[in-house]
Ligand binder design. Structure first.
Ligand SMILES: NC(=O)c1ccc[n+]([C@@H]2O[C@H](COP(=O)([O-])OP(=O)(O)OC[C@H]3O[C@@H](n4cnc5c(N)ncnc54)[C@H](OP(=O)(O)O)[C@@H]3O)[C@@H](O)[C@H]2O)c1
Length: 341
């Protein structure tokens, strides 16, 4: 068979503030691959189906950060691919795999390269649309599940405040919390998303942090047993004041500061002393071994049973990766941002 186009999406230069699509990224169309004759050397050849666009990708563009991207390299992120040829017994043609992929149409993953990419064959016995394994059943869902279990340690009847509650991590935290008997307050950035939180996600109360006072909303809701922090900055400071005795603060992200060089100085940590408050950050994969099997046997079933709802914001075409990331960083996505390749 003749070689076929193998386009990819590259990171060219480190953005200052919000990325500049024309300068910082490049969709490259000149590469080709012969799918039948490319040497596999014991590896497996995949075709990319779906790619996830996540806020953490902006962090990877900064020098010295965790798993930093180098200018010139192809973007990397979680996605779903299908095995089209294989020289390893582990994966067979037709298998659908979840893993940390290159942003290109085809890729042959050598076995030593595949290990840290955390490939997992998706059995999908629930028959869910595959893209769901990038959202509530993928990294964001795991983040919610692992963080709540390991740090939030929720008990029935407790209260939780979740920021960026209409985002995929946030909405999964909210729905797990409701399923586990908690009272949930969510904040988000538009009235449309507030409606989605109260009417679809089923939180007890939600507000638009751009038009309402977070301090006032949290005060009206009552004290907090758990604060799930997706944003950092001033909201974390406000939440500290409202924590109850032995409250837990889960530091999941700090999206309010991803494109901003200045750092908000937290003033209210003294609240932690006499209230015995625990505040802990976490990286989702620290808990992979501990919770992955429980996650895969719990969450896809909850989704199939309609106990966890989800929304997706799917864009077709690898060439749109940068644009979709900007949409996410500007809060314009409604649901999990996904590229369909
Ligand atoms: N700890 C971990 O291992 C781990 C793993 C995965 C993700 N995370 C973190 O979890 C958080 C949520 O991730 P996600 O994938 O579910 O993202 P997401 O919520 O789907 O998308 C980003 C959302 O953040 C909000 N936002 C954007 N700019 C903001 C700003 N300046 N201030 C406040 N909110 C802003 C917007 O929602 P609004 O309209 O509501 O503002 C936007 O829709 C992120 O901070 C991410 O980095 C952590």
């Amino acid at each position: 068979m003749a070689p076929v186009p193998n386009p990819c999406y590259r990171f060219l230069s480190r953005p200052v503030g919000f990325p500049d699509l024309a300068k910082d990224f490049q969709y490259e169309t000149s590469r080709e691959l012969d799918l039948d004759s490319v040497e596999l050397h014991g590896s497996f050849l995949t075709q990319t189906r779906f790619l996830s666009i996540d806020p953490y990708m902006r962090g990877r563009m900064e020098p010295g950060t965790f798993m930093e991207w180098t200018p010139g390299q192809i973007w990397e992120g979680f996605g779903i691919c299908e095995v089209i040829r294989s020289e390893t017994a582990e994966f067979q043609p037709g298998d659908k795999l979840y893993g940390y992929l290159f942003f290109e149409r085809y890729h042959a993953y050598a076995i030593q390269e595949a290990q840290p990419r955390m490939f997992r064959r998706l059995e999908n016995s629930e028959g869910l649309p595959l893209s769901v394994y990038l959202g509530v059943c993928g990294l964001p869902g795991k983040t919610a599940f692992y963080g709540l279990k390991a740090i939030g340690a929720p008990k029935e009847g407790e209260s939780i405040f979740v920021t960026t509650a209409a985002g995929v991590v946030g909405m999964t935290v909210c729905q797990l919390a409701k399923a586990w008997g908690l009272k949930v307050l969510g904040s988000t950035g538009s009235d449309e998303k507030v409606k989605f939180l109260t009417q679809e996600v089923g939180v007890d109360r939600a507000f638009n942090y751009k038009t309402a006072s977070t301090a006032e909303e949290v005060r009206k809701f009552g004290g907090l047993d758990i604060y799930w922090d997706n944003v950092g900055g001033e909201v974390l400071d406000l939440a500290l004041i409202s924590m109850k005795q032995k409250g837990r603060i889960v530091i999941c992200g700090h999206i309010s500061e991803y494109n901003d060089e200045s750092r908000y100085g937290i003033k209210n940590t003294w609240e932690m002393v006499y209230k015995d408050i625990k505040m802990q950050g976490f990286y989702v994969f620290t808990y992979e071994e501990q919770y992955a099997d429980e996650f895969y046997s719990t969450v896809p079933k909850m989704v199939a049973d309609g106990k966890i709802k989800y929304t997706e914001d799917i864009t077709v075409g690898l060439e749109n990766a940068g644009e979709v990331l900007l949409k996410v960083l500007n809060g314009k996505n409604v649901g999990k941002a996904i590229l369909h390749i």
